[in-house]
Design a protein around this ligand. Structure first.
Ligand code: AMP
Length: 221
């Protein structure tokens, strides 16, 4: 089963992907995480990506596709995966379709208001070591500034500053939102209200997925 999570920045894709990883054992494949890793490691692709990410725009398709292809070729993706942050535009969705990947594909579209996005992202802190995600008000770490999972020092993403958040939202509406109509026209598309607390959103996504026979069979193995 291949799951695609659509939704604005801050809609909860990363949190939901992590919950699905732990519930169904499907790896979370986040192009944002892959890019941040490449930036941190100062790889040639990472050096190209850094300036584009800092401004709130999209990284060019060739760079993202190169990272994604390498990630999907790993063994853990053979039985499926949860895609977080890809596709982000029509060309990327075309590449995914052209890849002719096996197994059913299910698309979850997380809908959130811009106010919720701004509130969530400005309070978000992440652990650069293990990618754990915190919210300073609704999900603070036990010790301020320290990751509960691995003890790493929490940071605010450079692109979670208000000006960049607004630009990311503009990019989302211009480039990514048009994909919703494309996927909605296919079967296996589900719209989920992502404005509520994470636990409620995750419960709803799992209710939808538990009704998918292919996934239920995988989880029962
Ligand atoms: P995210 O962690 O998904 O919010 O992504 C952070 C940033 O990485 C985005 O604002 C983009 O600059 C870049 N990015 C992530 N995924 C993609 C993608 N599929 N295509 C282009 N750029 C991406």
């Amino acid at each position: 089963m291949r799951i695609i999570l659509l939704g604005a920045p801050g809609s909860g894709k990363g949190t939901v992907a992590e919950a699905l990883r732990s519930a169904y054992g499907l790896p979370k494949v986040s192009t944002g995480d892959l890019l941040r890793e490449a930036v941190r490691d100062k790889t040639p692709l990472g050096l190209v990506a850094a300036s584009q990410m800092g401004k709130g725009g999209l990284v060019d398709d060739d760079t993202v596709l190169a990272l994604l292809r390498e990630r999907l070729a790993r063994d853990d993706c053979r039985g499926g995966y949860v895609l977080d942050g890809f596709p982000r535009n029509v060309a990327q969705a075309d590449s995914l379709d052209a890849a002719g990947l096996p197994g059913p594909e299910i698309v979850i579209d997380l809908r959130v208001s811009d106010e919720v996005v701004l509130e969530r992202l400005s309070h978000r802190r992440i652990c650069p070591n293990c990618e754990a995600i915190y919210h300073l008000v609704t999900k603070p770490p036990k010790t301020p500034g320290v990751c509960d999972v691995c003890g790493g020092a929490l940071v605010q993403r450079n692109d979670d500053k208000p000006d960049v958040i607004r630009e990311r939202l503009r990019t989302h509406y211009a480039k990514t939102e048009p994909l919703v109509a494309r996927y909605a026209a296919r079967g296996r598309f589900h719209r989920v209200d992502g404005n509520g607390p994470a636990a409620a959103v995750i419960r709803e996504v799992r209710r939808i997925l538990d009704a998918e026979p292919a996934l239920a069979a995988e989880a029962g193995k």
